[in-house]
Design a binder for this molecule. Structure first.
Ligand SMILES: *[C@@H]1O[C@H](CO)[C@@H](O)[C@H](O)[C@H]1NC(C)=O
Ligand SMILES: *[C@@H]1O[C@H](CO)[C@@H](O)[C@H](O)[C@H]1NC(C)=O
Ligand SMILES: *[C@@H]1O[C@H](CO)[C@@H](O)[C@H](O)[C@H]1NC(C)=O
Ligand SMILES: *[C@@H]1O[C@H](CO)[C@@H](O)[C@H](O)[C@H]1NC(C)=O
Ligand SMILES: *[C@@H]1O[C@H](CO)[C@@H](O)[C@H](O)[C@H]1NC(C)=O
Ligand SMILES: *[C@@H]1O[C@H](CO)[C@@H](O)[C@H](O)[C@H]1NC(C)=O
Ligand SMILES: *[C@@H]1O[C@H](CO)[C@@H](O)[C@H](O)[C@H]1NC(C)=O
Ligand SMILES: *[C@@H]1O[C@H](CO)[C@@H](O)[C@H](O)[C@H]1NC(C)=O
Ligand SMILES: *[C@@H]1O[C@H](CO)[C@@H](O)[C@H](O)[C@H]1NC(C)=O
Ligand SMILES: *[C@@H]1O[C@H](CO)[C@@H](O)[C@H](O)[C@H]1NC(C)=O
Ligand SMILES: *[C@@H]1O[C@H](CO)[C@@H](O)[C@H](O)[C@H]1NC(C)=O
Length: 691
């Protein structure tokens, strides 16, 4: 969705101030004023526009109505009594638990052009996570790795090229050629941000493995190489016509053994051959079918990771005519319940237990809301951020050792982040999707200590709409994540967690702190597209509807967010708001409210994890993004902007419709604010500090 700017009429501003003043939550100092369409409610995306939308999937404007509230409603007040060293805590988890899987064929758009032209927003997005977690895991691979081959060089300094004429399989992944400079690009990224990489061996021809990528990776990435995938979804090779129909897990195991044999006889693989990640099955074979071949014991010294890949469902019928059609209206509510995460994790509980017995980490190597691109209005809305948060934390609580959200490029709906289409990169910025926010919150929830252990709590009383997790360090509860999937703009479905620590019948003395700090992940509804806030101003968002209805012109105070489509340079922008909640010392209870919809990260001690992993670092933009402003306005929208005469600007989401120069919202607005300032600055001076 394009962002638009227009001049507010006085009544709308007044309304905004009233709405802002009547907000019950804390007062914010606002650094800047930015004008947005109501996120996800772009007034130009009428059904006709949605129906006629022909642009890339990644920016599809389709939204669905939030699901109706359940009847009966779940209990909206739950009690937790947190104990030290509680039974069932997970294994110690890395703050880098949630990483990203970048489809190899789009790696030259996401990571950079080559080793000398890096994508600065990508660096910033990863640095934002690193500062919380200490490091970030990124995989370059996917279906497109299996037919990739290394060449010495390509024209024009390119690191990757697709052979579009060679498309032969149902998921339409073209054979790739890449140069060693792809690995130099990855290495150069790790010089800026502590990124640890997974790569994959091309597996299309197991009688003649092309090992060059692993050789280049070992030599160039050094310690930054942490895993080498052997086979990507081998259980689908037969279905995708890459192997005979009788291809079995025994054949696969034989191929891995033969790969190790080849690697042992090839130079520059002494490290890489012991970093193998297997078997990355996607559900056609169960992991047990592979474990039961004995592969993990037989090849133990070569195997560094046990892996699976899985998506809850697929959109292959709509995309490729495979399988059966999905009714998205019926599918959508299933993502907004804890039962989604439970059904995704349950089939792997035996395997996480098996992995612990074998002393290997078990990782969900590729996942997202749905394969074959995901679904418009499901994969790209706030509900997916809550879904990803719940799913990620349940995996951590269930002894997975990591999970990777897939980045598929502009033809998919589910991207955690994506650059603008290449011919728009000089005047548009990146789009940050919902599951990036899930990863961000999990990084901050787990922190960089390596001793965080996760426990799902309140299972006896929580509802499918309000899952909750405790994070322990050294056996003590230090943080909680509380999730509310309900979407109710009335505020009546907010949920209250009443937290006690120790005490009760446990013999431990109760020790509730005098106050706790809370950060919220929020949006106006589960259907909101873009502009979600992390530790941003909650109540302003709640005023959104009134404002839009009042005048179709919206002023939001600057809120900590990555903005809407095409608005991010990878840095969180806006004022951070950390709420302080006083605890009842007499009753020994801290009561934390969780908005509907939203999530709360509760800090039970005064230890912050926001910059515990690394100093906050941001990278200057380069030739690739020629503006220092985070929020940019499509100039064609400005040109046709008619806020002056009271109707709506005509923004467009279609990628072909924009042209011209960048205009920074802030610059554009600052002139306006000077004029406005004369009249109303005194009234709003306490609330807003305008830059
Ligand atoms: C990136 O890699 C190249 C190798 O192609 C190297 O010469 C260069 O110094 C690196 N750049 C940075 C910024 O580290
Ligand atoms: C494997 O992929 C390579 C590179 O695309 C191709 O040249 C080769 O013919 C393929 N081999 C098989 C057995 O499919
Ligand atoms: C990267 O691409 C640019 C632009 O095409 C080129 O000038 C530069 O030499 C390339 N860098 C490398 C290491 O090939
Ligand atoms: C699988 O099928 C191939 C022919 O497609 C055949 O050569 C091979 O023997 C079969 N393997 C088994 C185990 O049946
Ligand atoms: C758990 O996994 C092990 C190893 O594959 C297998 O032997 C066992 O049957 C599995 N148990 C269940 C209940 O699936
Ligand atoms: C999808 O499901 C909804 C709710 O059950 C129903 O009203 C609608 O007709 C269905 N749409 C299609 C295309 O079947
Ligand atoms: C995770 O592993 C720990 C330690 O082995 C165990 O106590 C706990 O029950 C496991 N959790 C699950 C959900 O399997
Ligand atoms: C956590 O583990 C990582 C990877 O092993 C290591 O680099 C880092 O130093 C550890 N952090 C702490 C605080 O021990
Ligand atoms: C629900 O939460 C929102 C956001 O924190 C808040 O603005 C609203 O006042 C709350 N409503 C009620 C009834 O507590
Ligand atoms: C008012 O808005 C209409 C519709 O976009 C536009 O065509 C017209 O030029 C605008 N008039 C002024 C005075 O800005
Ligand atoms: C960008 O490329 C697309 C596809 O080739 C084209 O339709 C569109 O008009 C181009 N947009 C601009 C602004 O050049």
């Amino acid at each position: 969705m394009a962002s638009g700017a227009s001049i507010a009429s006085a009544p709308s501003l007044l309304l905004f101030i009233l709405a802002f003043l009547s907000c019950s939550r804390g007062i914010a100092l606002v650094n800047a004023i930015t004008v947005y369409y109501a996120p996800g409610q772009n007034p130009t995306s009428t059904s006709a526009d949605v129906a006629s939308y022909t642009g890339a999937a990644a920016y599809n404007p389709t939204t669905l109505d939030p699901p109706a509230l359940p009847n009966p409603m779940p209990q909206l007040s739950l009690n937790f009594n947190l104990q030290s060293n509680a039974a069932g805590m997970s294994i110690p988890q890395s703050g880098a638990f949630l990483g990203f899987s970048v489809e190899m064929s789009v790696s030259n758009q996401i990571l950079g052009k080559n080793s000398t032209i890096l994508q600065v927003p990508f660096l910033n997005l990863l640095a934002t996570i690193q500062q919380r977690s200490g490091s970030v895991r990124v995989r370059v691979g996917g279906n497109s790795q299996d037919t990739a081959s290394q060449v010495a060089s390509l024209d024009d300094g390119k690191v990757l090229e697709k052979d579009l004429s060679g498309v032969t399989n149902p998921t339409q992944t073209p054979p790739l050629v890449f140069t060693p400079d792809l690995l130099y690009m990855m290495r150069n990224i790790s010089d800026f941000v502590n990124v640890r990489w997974f790569i994959g061996i091309p597996f299309n021809d197991s009688s003649n493995f092309r090992l060059e990528i692993a050789q280049s990776a070992q030599v160039i990435l050094g310690d930054y190489l942490i895993g080498v995938q052997a086979g990507n979804e081998p259980d689908l090779y037969a279905a995708h016509l890459h192997r005979p129909t009788n291809y079995s897990q025994f054949d696969y195991v034989g191929e891995v053994a033969s790969l190790i044999n080849d690697m042992s006889q090839t130079p520059d693989l002494s490290v890489a051959k012991n970093l193998l990640l297997i078997p990355s099955v996607s559900g056609t074979w169960t992991p047990e079918q592979v474990w039961d071949t004995g592969i993990v014991d037989a090849l133990s010294s070569n195997i560094a990771w046990l892996s699976v890949e899985h998506y809850p469902t697929d959109n292959c019928f709509a995309e490729f005519g495979i399988g059966s059609p999905v009714n998205v209206t019926e599918l959508w509510p299933t993502y907004l319940m804890h039962t989604s995460a439970q059904s995704l994790v349950q089939p792997y509980l035996n395997s996480t237990n098996f992995a612990q017995q074998k002393g290997k980490p078990f990782i969900m190597f590729e996942t997202n809301t749905a394969s074959c691109g995901g679904f418009a209005g499901v994969s790209d809305v706030f509900g997916a951020a809550l879904w990803g948060l719940d799913y990620g934390l349940l995996m951590a609580a269930s002894n997975f050792s990591g999970a990777m959200f897939h980045v598929g490029g502009e033809s998919v709906y589910y991207n955690p982040f994506i650059p603008p289409p290449t011919n728009q990169s000089t005047f548009r910025q990146w789009t940050v999707g919902p599951v990036y926010y899930s990863a961000l919150v999990i990084a901050e929830a787990l922190g960089p200590s390596n001793v965080s252990q996760v426990l799902e709590v309140g299972t006896e009383s929580q509802s499918a709409y309000t899952p909750n997790y405790v994070i322990y360090e050294n056996g003590q509860p230090v943080r909680m994540v509380l999730i509310n999937f309900l979407s109710d703009s009335s505020g009546n479905s907010n949920y209250t967690a009443n937290i006690q620590i120790g005490g009760g019948q446990t013999g431990q003395s109760a020790s509730i702190p005098s106050q706790v700090k809370v950060k919220y992940l929020t949006a106006s509804s589960v259907s909101q597209k873009g502009g979600y806030t992390w530790a941003g101003q909650v109540c302003a968002l709640k005023s959104l509807k009134i404002l839009v209805m009042a005048s179709h012109v919206l002023f939001l105070p600057s809120i900590q967010t990555f903005g809407s489509n095409f608005e991010s340079d990878g840095r969180l922008e806006g004022t951070e708001i950390i709420e302080t909640i006083s605890c009842d010392q007499t009753a020994q209870i801290c009561s934390v409210s969780v908005p509907a919809p939203g999530a709360a990260l509760v800090f039970l001690t005064d230890k912050s994890t926001e910059t515990a992993g690394a100093a906050s670092t941001t990278f200057a933009t380069t030739v690739e993004t020629r503006t220092i402003n985070t929020a940019t306005v499509d100039p064609s929208v400005l040109a046709t902007s008619n806020g002056r005469n009271g109707s709506l600007p005509m923004g467009s989401s279609s990628k072909g419709s924009a042209n011209g120069q960048v205009v920074g919202v802030r610059e554009y607005m600052s002139g306006f604010m000077v004029v406005l300032g004369v009249g109303v600055a005194s009234a709003i001076g306490l609330l807003m500090r305008v830059v």
